[in-house]
Design a protein around this ligand. Structure first.
Ligand code: IVH
Length: 672
């Protein structure tokens, strides 16, 4: 019996260490929280029954632990403990009975949501944000102040005057679901693997070195605990209300995100409400936290080694349903990346009808041993697209055969490839695979890239099918004569389209670089590369070492950039785009050189037909000129748009400044 226990303890420890590593270090968990907690619980129970096998390094002995080398370490003034938790309502009832026994006082409870994010402790001194520290191992965390300051709901300066001089407030940083979904759509488009879930993404984001990237991720934060001396109230609830007045984002009782309860019935009611209502929240929660309200009662109850006795958590199981897997289909992105998708028999899950689920990659399919015709369990975590998590083997028909992953591209027939160490298959036929070509063109004209008005996905497909465009440079060769005879393209739409193409020439370099659609080079990376190198000529000749030396640029990005510029066809397209006058250097680089407009000062006023005013300003700077806000003796040209104020025109005339319209300005730039 004991030999069995010892062996089981060892096996559980090994397994949990592996899962911890996969979760924290690799960001690729292979089991869900529920499965993890079951294993951990089993180990805890075995260790309690067999103290002779104790080990200080057992996975049960640590709170968490994801400390890296990159941020300053800070020791917590108050250790950051975790909460006992359970998936079983009976254990909540037992806990409530124990609480009542542990104190003579009449107990009130505060029920809150258990936000599924990353714990943070923020210290305020004299009303100002001093420091924000992650949990780390519970004793020591990492100073991520700069990143926390990017969160708009975290006040930098408190309101009112009744806050303590020096206190810490703790809460949970999380990524709203909509932002997470948006990021993953973009990642798939950029040829990157989608992020696993909002919590890991929030955690990864907090650990980024570059706060401007953090800011672009729109993290948010709910606060749920105050630590310090001379707090205004002697109850948790009272202090949370005070914190709200100081400007903190704390859970509100108006939408039941926090509730005072006086009995187990009220607690159960709160749990039942949120088990149902959680799918409508714009962020993930993984349960409900129940805390004893009164601080004095909390002190009487005290702590175990790892968690307070005065609080506990009830965790929700992920929402799951089973349904029929009808077919596995393959989607091809603009970068050639293949995403397998499960077509499911429609089924209701967490309030929405689910018809498709992502399958990530071939490994995932093999690991699940998925077969068409299987009954599968589908789970909805933070993702908008749910995932298939297991097969119901008991329902498998005897005749079913293992799924054979696609070997060839279903669009162009090319043999698929898979790079060493990467999970996804690719269709390498970038130049000849229609969905890739159309995808690249669509990306090129998209809003965040070249933003070409008057040209949408349908027109792109039409022009491609007509043989008029096959790459980005072809767009700039389009003529009115070619376009007018086409279906659905009347004179007005053609003019609109050509004006949009013309205006796109003013789009700044960082967006042009993004528009080129280099694999793994999303908006942020494009901006970073553009600012670092200043021009495409400098980027093109950068070595792998130089690229990976840049903050947040890893091996995969560097290799992809390198490969892109090693391709003759890409270089040809860039040369043609340059000849058409697109921006291939930043305004700063231009300012350092002699440009065709250098020494000339422009004032830009009014509304323009083909350009945004800011784009025009940038264009002047890119060509070496200067832009001033108002007409003066130093002004060379006033670029006059529609609705320009008459006084400006008069002043320019009086001072002898040359006044030019949009057409003349465009001609001047193109000549230059
Ligand atoms: S109170 C001493 N309240 O859950 C306990 N924690 O395992 C302090 N969490 O580390 C935590 N929502 O990251 C508390 N309303 C809430 C919470 C919450 C989420 C997280 C927090 C903590 C973990 C406990």
């Amino acid at each position: 019996m004991n030999i069995d226990a010892e062996a089981r303890i060892k096996a559980l420890r090994d397994e949990l260490h592996t899962h911890n590593h996969r979760y924290y270090a690799e960001n690729k968990p292979s089991i869900n929280d529920y499965q993890f907690d079951l294993l951990l619980k089993e180990l805890e129970q075995l260790e309690a029954a067999h103290p002779e096998y104790a080990d200080t390094n057992s996975p049960t002995k640590r709170v968490g632990g994801d400390i890296t080398e990159r941020f300053a370490k800070v020791k917590h003034r108050y250790p950051m403990l975790s909460l006992s938790n359970t998936y079983n309502i009976d254990e909540i009832r037992d806990w409530e009975v124990r609480v009542k026994k542990g104190t003579d006082k009449k107990i009130q409870y505060v029920c809150e949501l258990k936000y599924d994010g990353v714990a943070i402790g923020i210290t305020y001194v004299k009303g100002e944000l001093l420091r924000a520290v992650t949990r780390g191992d519970g004793e020591t965390g990492e100073d991520v102040t700069a990143n926390i300051k990017t969160i708009r709901s975290v006040p930098l300066q408190l309101r009112g005057n009744d806050y303590p001089d020096d206190f810490e407030i703790r809460g949970e940083v999380f990524l709203p679901l909509a932002k997470f979904a948006e990021m993953n759509v973009q990642r798939l488009e950029d040829g990157d693997e989608p992020y696993m879930n909002p919590r890991n993404t929030a955690s990864g984001t907090l650990k980024l070195q570059d706060s401007s990237t953090v800011a672009s991720r729109s993290l948010d934060c709910f606060l749920y605990g105050i630590y310090g001396e001379r707090l205004p109230a002697h109850t948790h609830y009272g202090n949370m209300q005070a914190a709200a007045k100081w400007g903190f984002k704390v859970p509100s009782n108006l939408n039941r995100q926090i509730e005072l309860c006086s009995s187990i019935e009220e607690i159960e009611n709160f749990i039942a409400y949120w088990d149902e209502a959680r799918c409508k929240l714009p962020f993930d929660i993984d349960g409900v936290v129940i805390k004893v309200n009164d601080y004095e009662a909390q002190r009487e109850l005290g702590f175990t080694a790892k968690s307070p006795r005065w609080a506990t958590a009830y965790k929700f199981k992920a929402q799951q349903v089973s349904t029929l897997l009808e077919k596995v289909v393959y989607q091809i992105g603009r970068t050639g990346a293949i995403t397998p998708v499960a077509n499911l028999k429609p089924v209701l899950l967490a309030g929405t009808v689910v018809k498709r689920a992502s399958l990530h990659n071939a490994d995932q399919i093999a690991k699940l041993d998925l077969r068409e015709g299987d009954t599968v369990f589908v789970e909805k975590g933070g993702e908008i697209i749910p995932k298939v998590i297991a097969v119901d083997i008991s329902k498998r028909s005897s005749g079913s055969t293992p799924l054979v992953y696609a070997t060839n591209c279903n669009e162009c027939g090319t043999l698929l490839e898979r790079n060493e160490g990467e999970a996804q298959h690719y269709c390498p036929n970038a130049a000849g695979c229609p969905p890739q070509i159309k995808g690249r063109l669509e990306h090129f004209i998209s809003r965040k890239a070249m933003n070409i008005d008057g040209l949408g996905a349908e027109t792109i497909a039409q022009l491609y099918d007509e043989g008029l465009i096959a790459n980005a440079a072809d767009i700039y060769d389009l003529t009115k004569e070619q376009l007018l005879p086409l279906d659905r393209l009347a004179e007005k739409s053609v003019n609109n389209l050509l004006a949009g193409v013309l205006a796109s020439k003013a789009i700044p370099f960082e967006r042009v670089l993004y528009a080129l659609g280099i694999r793994h080079v999303g908006e942020t990376i494009a901006r970073k590369l553009a600012r670092y190198f200043g021009s495409i000529d400098a980027l093109q000749v950068a070595g792998l070492d130089e690229l990976t030396g840049i903050e947040d640029i890893g091996e995969a990005i560097a290799v992809s950039v390198h490969q892109f510029f090693a391709d003759e066809q890409n270089l040809g397209i860039i040369e043609r785009l340059k000849a058409h006058g697109l921006q291939f250097q930043t305004a700063r680089t231009a300012a350092l050189q002699d440009g065709p407009l250098s020494g000339k000062t422009f004032v830009i006023s009014g509304v323009f037909q083909n350009f945004e005013r800011d784009d025009l300003k940038l264009l002047v700077e890119t060509k070496g000129g200067k832009v001033a806000g108002s007409v003066s003796g130093k002004t060379d040209y006033l670029v006059a748009g529609e609705n320009m104020g008459p006084s400006k025109r008069k002043k320019a005339e009086d001072m002898g400044v040359t006044i030019i319209d949009e057409a003349r300005f465009t001609a001047m730039i193109n000549q230059a």
